[in-house]
Design a protein around this ligand. Structure first.
Ligand SMILES: *[C@@H]1O[C@H](CO)[C@@H](O)[C@H](O)[C@H]1NC(C)=O
Ligand SMILES: *[C@@H]1O[C@H](CO)[C@@H](O)[C@H](O)[C@H]1NC(C)=O
Ligand SMILES: *[C@@H]1O[C@H](CO)[C@@H](O)[C@H](O)[C@H]1NC(C)=O
Ligand SMILES: *[C@@H]1O[C@H](CO)[C@@H](O)[C@H](O)[C@H]1NC(C)=O
Ligand SMILES: *[C@@H]1O[C@H](CO)[C@@H](O)[C@H](O)[C@H]1NC(C)=O
Ligand SMILES: *[C@@H]1O[C@H](CO)[C@@H](O)[C@H](O)[C@H]1NC(C)=O
Length: 860
């Protein structure tokens, strides 16, 4: 039709053209009469008449031609007008056809969506019915709580099963601890006082002995046991008591009844009931700045192996000959077998050294002060410890000092190390049978740098988490007992939203932006929380203590929870799953309407930090309207000023909460708000422009990499060879090590770590500069996972997201970020950031067409 109209017009135009070209435009004017005296006048007259006739005729023809031409022109005009009209009609028809296709897609989409919606309703109903019944009350171990049984003859005959009253500690009790202060007044032991203070500050402490699960008592001197026995809470046999044994107090289990004892010297020690502690005078004083700890690199230090000490005991004491041969072997090693990188001394220089008064007989005493030893350890790769057999307080001190200073403890003999019920000491210490003493040098030299640094960093984390302060140690001890009882830790307190203005009254209706269907229309759906109370104390215990270092508190969800095998979602565990195409897969609507993947369906929460940029904020929020999988928007209002009257919050399909920050701190961006009900958080700047399909794709990538930061603008940590330090780099590079949190997904778990367990010094630096919070988050996540973040596909607009406006700002902004990198590295003791060289792209071939026509790449 369109082609025909066009053809017709062309034809007419062609005719006009041909005609006008060949047709004469003007007639020749009659020429001047020539000299015709030679001609017959009559003929001449006749000819003149003919010419006149011809002339008139020609004129007539010319007139006709003009009129035809005019008509042709009119026709042509009409024709092209008609042709335009036709074009317009054709265009409209095309539009309508596209609309039909789109609408058809929407209908299919909505229909499929509705199916899922019904499924969700079903699931909700099932969820309403109680999933777990509250447990029945436990019966007391003795049958009757008040019945007093005769205490066991020997304390080392005790096991938890035989001596502990589980009846006081129901799983849901929260592990209440009562502190028995009877023996504290008049206790001269400095360490015991510190520990007592730490116990009293513990979150588990309860003021009611009637409801306590365990009782904590302190033994400063041997007679204190007698005093404790007079306490009403002792109940005749000391059941559920935990006794902290002061330094130098040696009990032989006589009189402690059913009580558990924590100490380093305890003759009737029984593994799994009593607890190995570190209660001796050498516990370093620990309100240390992190800067006093040495960097972990380089792997090899000035000295390979260090030992400095002297055995105090009679030559006839047990094991003397054994000890003698070890010492001789080591001295031979130093003299003949090494490159002079061994620094060992077995007898103190009496003239200069002052032996610590705490050194008891029959132990390897330190020559000189702890400080002097630490100074030497900082320069040593390994620290030698000759285990004195059984429970060796000095040995324990030496191990801990080694960990603290990065000198990997090499223990000769079979040590009993503190809290070894849960701590895997083999990952932080090298333990050798005494018989291998001659092979020691070979072993130490054969270790690769990777292994040395793995030992060292594990040791440092153990020391920092469990031994660096009295309260760290007390928490670790209480957690040991709590874990035996399989009681989950107490949840950390989430941050309540500090409510703000009542925006419901000033909400502005949002025009729905025309976005394609990239996900289903859903009701808000919260992730399940606190589902792993029991398993967190059983199957997770090892990793909590030795990998995640998060045993202290229970978090609502974790990125490290186990996932179901691929077939479980089709065989019995389908609850909440939305497999693509019901499991058959699919490309178009099937893919966009179902989240699929390896986890049940879930949503995410957008957290936007804003500071006096109301217009940008309003636009950013409006763009989130109808964003699939969005659960809620939380706006962290950092400005201490109220918004202007003109400011209105757009109304979108999910709730918007505004948190009025108490202070203008960038750390507020990562607060663990109680209103965040999803595992996934999308952190956004107030001016970040992301398309819906980009967000949903990043969300899909995050769901497969829940422990990492997944986001858009990437940055690089570059090495400044000149100053041997790190620089923040936003230049183009083919490697990246950070994702800016102005547009990134991460797990809510990390907001708790950022707020509660990350060193205070980092948050303080963020506040000092009002900068670097994103760098801090990247350090934190890489430190915990030892993995780099993931960048997802993006457009050019992210080019310079963190570039400030003015040059001056630019300079100071970047200078601060360089300083942050170096400062954070110092605090962690190493550079946690790792590099990545890839970018995640969707398998879905992304063209902007209706979702029922979309295809995935045909070769993936
Ligand atoms: C709409 O979708 C249905 C089902 O996929 C299909 O059969 C029908 O041809 C589509 N109609 C148009 C106009 O595309
Ligand atoms: C235990 O203590 C009692 C008195 O307090 C004493 O008679 C007894 O000999 C002690 N037993 C041991 C094995 O020390
Ligand atoms: C012991 O001290 C003396 C005097 O200070 C000194 O001369 C000597 O070198 C020291 N010996 C050792 C082994 O440190
Ligand atoms: C907010 O304002 C709305 C409309 O004026 C009112 O219905 C609602 O009760 C208010 N809410 C609060 C918490 O003040
Ligand atoms: C797990 O513990 C938390 C906090 O103590 C509690 O709120 C939650 O209900 C518990 N979950 C289950 C399944 O028992
Ligand atoms: C980025 O590139 C520019 C130009 O090549 C260079 O001057 C600058 O030092 C680079 N920045 C960093 C942090 O490496």
């Amino acid at each position: 039709m369109k082609a025909l109209a066009l053809g017709g017009c062309l034809f007419i135009v062609a005719v006009v053209f041909v005609f006008s070209y060949y047709g004469p435009w003007t007639l020749p004017q009659p020429q001047e009469t020539p000299d015709n005296s030679l001609l017959d006048p009559h003929e001449v007259a006749l000819a003149q008449v003919d010419a006149a006739n011809l002339y008139a005729h020609l004129h007539e023809l010319l007139r006709i031609k003009r009129s035809v031409l005019q008509q042709l022109r009119d026709l042509e005009q009409k024709c092209s007008a008609a042709s335009l009209e036709v074009n317009e009609l054709v265009r409209r028809a095309d539009e309508i056809r596209t609309d039909i296709v789109k609408l058809n897609a929407s209908v299919i989409f909505l229909r499929t969506s509705n199916k899922y919606q019904e499924l969700a309703q079903d699931e909700l109903k099932r969820q309403m019915s109680p999933k777990v019944m509250p447990p029945l009350r436990l019966t007391a171990a003795s049958g009757d709580e008040e019945l007093i049984l005769p205490p066991p003859r020997r304390s080392d005959a005790c096991t938890m099963e035989r001596c502990f009253d589980y009846g006081r500690c129901p799983l849901t009790s929260g592990f209440p601890v009562y502190v028995e202060t009877l023996t504290l007044s008049g206790c001269a032991d400095d360490l015991i006082s510190k520990l007592a203070k730490a116990v009293e500050a513990s979150t588990y402490v309860s003021s009611s002995p009637a409801h306590a699960c365990i009782f904590v008592g302190f033994v400063c001197k041997p007679e204190d046991v007698e005093r404790l026995r007079t306490s009403e809470n002792w109940r005749g046999d000391g059941r559920n008591f935990l006794l902290f044994l002061g330094g130098g107090v040696i009990l032989n289990g006589n009189g402690t009844g059913r009580a558990m004892v924590l100490g380093v010297e305890f003759e009737d020690f029984r593994r799994g009931f009593h607890v190995q502690g570190i209660l001796n005078d050498d516990l370093p004083d620990l309100t240390l700045s992190p800067f006093l700890l040495p960097l972990m690199t380089p792997a090899h230090r000035k000295r390979l192996l260090f030992f400095d000490g002297e055995y105090r005991g009679t030559s006839t004491s047990t094991g003397a000959s054994d000890r003698g041969s070890i010492v001789q072997n080591l001295l031979d090693l130093k003299k003949f077998g090494s490159n002079g990188d061994i620094d060992i001394t077995f007898s103190c220089n009496e003239t200069t050294s002052t032996l610590p008064p705490a050194c008891r007989s029959n132990t390897w005493c330190l020559c000189g002060s702890t400080a002097a030893l630490e100074k030497a350890l900082v320069e040593s790769t390994f620290s030698l410890i000759i285990w004195n057999g059984g429970m060796d307080p000095t040995g324990v001190s030496r191990v801990l000092l080694g960990l603290k200073n990065g000198a990997i403890p090499v223990v000769l003999g079979k040590p009993i190390l503190p809290l070894s019920e849960n701590i895997d000491w083999l990952r932080a210490t090298i333990q050798l049978p005494r018989a291998r003493v001659t092979e020691l040098y070979h072993i130490l030299h054969s270790l690769r740098d990777e292994d040395i640094l793995a030992y060292r960093s594990q040791g440092r984390r153990l020391w920092q988490t469990y031994f660096s302060t009295p309260s760290a140690f007390v928490d670790a001890v209480l957690d040991t007992i709590r874990l035996r009882l399989n009681i989950a830790a107490l949840p950390l307190r989430a941050t309540p939203i500090g409510s703000f203005y009542n925006y419901t009254s000033v909400w502005r209706e949002t025009l729905t932006a025309e976005e394609e269907n990239v996900g289903p229309v859903e009701l808000p759906h919260a992730s399940d929380t606190y589902q792993r109370n029991y398993t967190s104390t059983t199957m997770d215990a090892y990793r909590s203590w030795n990998d995640r270092f998060d045993v202290k508190s229970m978090l609502p969800t974790s990125p490290f929870a186990p996932i179901l095998p691929g077939d479980a979602q089709f065989r019995g565990s389908q609850f909440g799953f939305r497999p693509i195409g019901g499991g058959t897969g699919g490309t178009g609507v099937e893919f966009s309407v179902a989240i699929g993947g390896n986890q049940p369906r879930e949503q995410f929460t957008v957290v936007i930090l804003t500071y006096q940029r109301e217009v940008a904020l309003s636009a950013t929020v409006a763009r989130l309207n109808n964003l699939p999988y969005l659960n809620k928007v939380i706006i962290v209002w950092n400005s201490q000023m109220e918004p202007t009257d003109l400011f209105t919050m757009p109304k979108i399909h999910v709730p918007i909460l505004i948190h009025k920050s108490a202070t203008n701190s960038l750390n507020n961006r990562f607060l663990p708000f109680d209103a965040i009900e999803t595992e996934a958080i999308l952190s956004m700047d107030d001016d970040m422009h992301l398309r819906h399909d980009e967000i949903v794709f990043a969300f899909r990538v995050w769901r497969e990499n829940r422990e990492r930061i997944v986001g858009f603008p990437a940055r690089f940590a570059s090495w400044d060879a000149e100053h041997a330090s790190w620089l923040y780099n936003s230049n183009y590079t083919c490697e990246y090590s950070m994702i800016l949190t102005g547009a990134a997904f991460f797990h809510k778990y990390y907001t708790y770590l950022y707020t509660f367990t990350m060193p205070d010094a980092i948050r303080a630096k963020v506040d000092e500069f009002t900068n670097c919070e994103d760098i801090a988050m990247n350090f934190l996540v890489s430190h915990h996972t030892r993995k780099p973040p993931i960048k997802v596909t993006s457009r050019w607009t992210f080019q310079c997201q963190d570039c400030p406006v003015s040059l001056w700002e630019d300079e100071s902004h970047f200078t601060e970020r360089h300083i942050c990198m170096q400062y954070f590295e110092r605090i962690y003791g190493y550079m946690p950031l790792l590099k990545s060289q890839f970018r995640a792209d969707s398998v879905l071939f992304k063209n902007r067409i209706a979702s029922d026509k979309q295809k995935c790449f045909d070769k993936v």
